[in-house]
Structures are given as structure tokens and as C-alpha cells.
Design a binder for this molecule. Structure first.
Ligand code: MRU
Length: 369
């Protein structure tokens, strides 16, 4: 992806062995790059959301495991890296990409010859493979999702395709391209006229601050709306399809995504609007079936609800929007049941949100792990 004409990914290895990231807390007001030098700084960057989004959390954890291997002592190498893996996995509970990526690096460390250099080389190669793989899966999601836009464009006799998205499942949530945004970028680049309704996505406003910024950088027409506007727009025929990302999808197709997604799916069903979830296969949790019962939902700080951050023309400020004494609650995600999902857009193609259809695309996961 290009930012002001320069190519970027959201994470990259630096020549000195540290890991570069974009500190997303500052967007859209400033583009700030940060270097992570040890596993503790990686854990903080994930927990405090310098980086966020399922795919990027996974890639960051992979590089965190590489740094963990560099820090681990000779005497209790695996004790040290396992403690680091636990530290990383505790940072955020909902996106399954985190434990998936940390587990992959841990597995190659175990399989590597018991020599420091060989272990570091193996961990680094696996972190690179996870990073490149994430970008490749998202590019492929774009390719498969493009067909949906072509179809709608034809059926609407060439009119603009209006798509609604929630939160940020853009390139900032992955290494590149994004999941929900990949088909949007692909359609826009193919000359299909697209307009995106961007849910602001309280409390942290990833839609208003990240998705809107990304789409603007790419020149995709978009409009930011408050989270409660989507149903009204659907009732008036102003949304042709909804595409969201996901943080964890079960083998029967239940999808956890940023809080509020479920309400969009209900409104879409009531109005006959197709509702798609885009995800790389690293976001499937092959051990889970019932998303409502099984997916852990992160409860974040109530201050994210009580306060709102923005630019007042002079600088970035945070202001309280609630009475000082009012308690607030902040569940970060909700689960959209498979029955409300029209289809899943994956790197292997589009399928129904049903176990048989999912494992037909991913036969290697026919049996629960
Ligand atoms: O809390 P975040 O910003 O890490 O939440 C993740 C998200 O941005 C969304 O839930 C997204 O749609 C899925 S992640 C690709």
C-alpha cells in the first residue's frame, strides 16, 4: 500500500534486528513509526493497540517470538520462549491469529537444530513467512471478493456499488491489503465505481480514524457515518452489501468482530442486504463450533467509553463525554451467528457460513484439531 506515494507494510524487520511498526494510535492525525526491540515492547504494542486488527496482531506476535528467541537464555531456552509466548498470548483474547502465529514460531523453534544461530534463523524465517503469507492471503481475498462487486455492478446497470463496513479490517489491520477492504480496493482499481459507508465504530473509532484514512489515501469515495445510521440507510436502499472483517470464526461459521457488527447483520437480514465476512484462514478457530458460547470476548477499559479523543485544531485531546460518576462497560467484540452471514470471503474463494462448505474449501481441517 502507498502512503503519500511511498510503499508501506504495517510491520517490517529492521536491519538492526528490531521490528518496525506504524503506531496506529496517532492516525489519522500523524503518521508515526515505532521500533520494537524486545518481547516486552511487543506485548505492550499489542495490548495498548499501537498495532491492532487480527492479521497484524498475528504478524506482530510472530516477530515478538523471534525477539523472544533472541532474548532467551541458553540454560532454559524453551522455558524462556514459552513464558514469552504466554505473555504475548495474554495481551488480547479475541483474535485467534495471535496464538496461531505464536504457536507456529514455537513449533519451528522446537523442530530446529539445538544451536542458537539455527534457532534464530528458523524463528526469523517463520515470522517472515507469516508476514508474507498474511499479505498474500489478503490479496487473494481481494481477487475472490472482486467477483461480488462485478456482479452487483452489472445487476445495477453500472450504478455505483454502495458497501458498508464496520471497524477497520483494512490494510492497517493486516500486513497489507486488508480483508474487508481488499475486494473494495480491487473493485476500485478495476474501474468499478464504489462508495463505502464507514461506521465510525465507537468507542475507539477505528472506522472514523483508520478506515476513512486508508480509503482516502487510496482515493476510494467514502462517507463516515455514526454506528447507528446503517439500518436507516439499508431501509432506504442505500447499501448494496455489507463486508466486515473478523477476529475469530468458528468451524460452523460464527464470526466474532468489533462490537456492533451483530446489529449490522440483523439490519442487513431484515432488509435483504447481503452480509459478507472476509477473513484469511488464519482467523478460523478450527477447535470451536458455537461462537456465542465459546469465543472469548475482550472487555476493555471503561475509559474508552467515558472519553473520546480527537483533534481540536491545535492538537490531539481527550475529553470526557459522560457524567463523572457514571459507570461504563466496554465489551470489545460481538458474535454474529452463521445464519445471518451470506458468505465468507477467504483466500481460497467464497463459501457459505456452514461447516460443510468451509471444510470443503479447507479439507485439511475436516476433523476438529
Ligand atoms: O480492537 P481491534 O481494532 O484490534 O479490532 C479488530 C478490528 O479492527 C475489527 O474487529 C476488524 O473488523 C477485524 S480484524 C481484521
Amino acid at each position: 500500500v502507498k502512503v503519500d506515494g511511498k510503499s508501506w507494510r504495517t510491520i517490517w524487520p529492521e536491519p538492526d534486528g528490531s521490528v518496525g511498526i506504524i503506531d496506529q494510535r496517532h492516525l489519522p492525525h500523524a503518521f508515526v513509526v515505532e521500533r520494537l526491540t524486545d518481547v516486552l515492547s511487543v506485548a505492550r504494542a499489542i495490548a495498548d493497540m499501537h498495532v491492532r486488527g487480527a492479521g497484524l496482531i498475528g504478524a506482530t506476535a510472530a516477530w515478538g517470538m523471534y525477539l523472544a528467541a533472541r532474548e532467551a537464555g541458553e540454560r532454559d531456552f524453551f522455558g524462556d520462549v514459552e513464558r514469552s509466548a504466554a505473555l504475548l498470548c495474554e495481551t488480547r483474547p479475541t483474535a485467534v491469529n495471535l496464538s496461531w502465529a505464536a504457536g507456529r514460531v514455537l513449533a519451528v523453534l522446537r523442530a530446529a537444530p539445538p544451536l542458537r544461530e539455527a534457532r534464530l534463523a528458523a524463528a526469523r524465517a517463520e515470522a517472515e513467512a507469516i508476514t508474507d503469507g498474511d499479505a498474500a492471503m489478503c490479496a487473494s481475498i481481494g481477487h475472490h471478493g472482486l467477483a461480488l462487486f462485478r456482479d452487483l455492478h452489472e445487476r445495477r446497470s453500472g450504478a455505483v456499488v454502495n458497501v458498508l463496513t464496520h471497524c477497520n479490517a483494512g490494510w492497517l489491520a493486516f500486513v497489507d491489503h486488508g480483508s474487508a477492504t481488499a475486494p473494495i480496493y480491487a473493485a476500485h482499481d478495476a474501474g468499478i465505481p464504489v462508495h463505502v459507508w464507514v461506521d465510525e465504530t465507537r468507542p475507539r473509532n477505528q472506522g472514523a480514524s483508520l478506515t476513512a484514512w486508508e480509503l482516502g489515501q487510496h482515493g476510494v469515495p467514502h462517507t463516515v457515518i455514526v454506528d447507528n445510521a446503517g439500518g436507516h440507510l439499508m431501509q432506504h436502499g442505500r447499501v448494496d452489501l455489507v463486508i466486515t472483517g473478523a477476529d475469530r470464526v468458528t468451524r460452523q461459521g460464527d464470526a466474532a468482530n468489533k462490537i456492533g457488527t451483530y446489529l449490522k447483520a440483523l439490519a442487513a437480514r431484515d432488509n435483504g442486504v447481503p452480509f459478507y465476512v472476509a477473513l484469511p484462514s488464519s482467523t478460523f478457530d478450527w477447535r470451536m463450533r458455537d461462537g456465542l458460547r465459546e469465543i472469548p470476548i475482550e472487555e476493555r477499559s471503561a475509559d474508552e467509553v467515558r472519553f473520546i479523543t480527537g483533534h481540536d485544531g491545535e492538537g490531539v485531546r481527550s475529553v470526557r463525554v459522560t457524567p463523572p460518576g457514571s459507570p461504563a462497560a466496554n465489551p470489545g467484540f460481538d458474535v454474529t451467528p452463521a445464519r445471518l452471514i451470506t458468505g465468507l470471503i477467504t483466500e481460497r474463494g467464497v463459501c457459505a457460513a456452514r461447516e460443510e462448505a468451509i471444510v470443503e474449501l479447507f479439507p485439511d481441517h475436516k476433523d476438529p484439531a
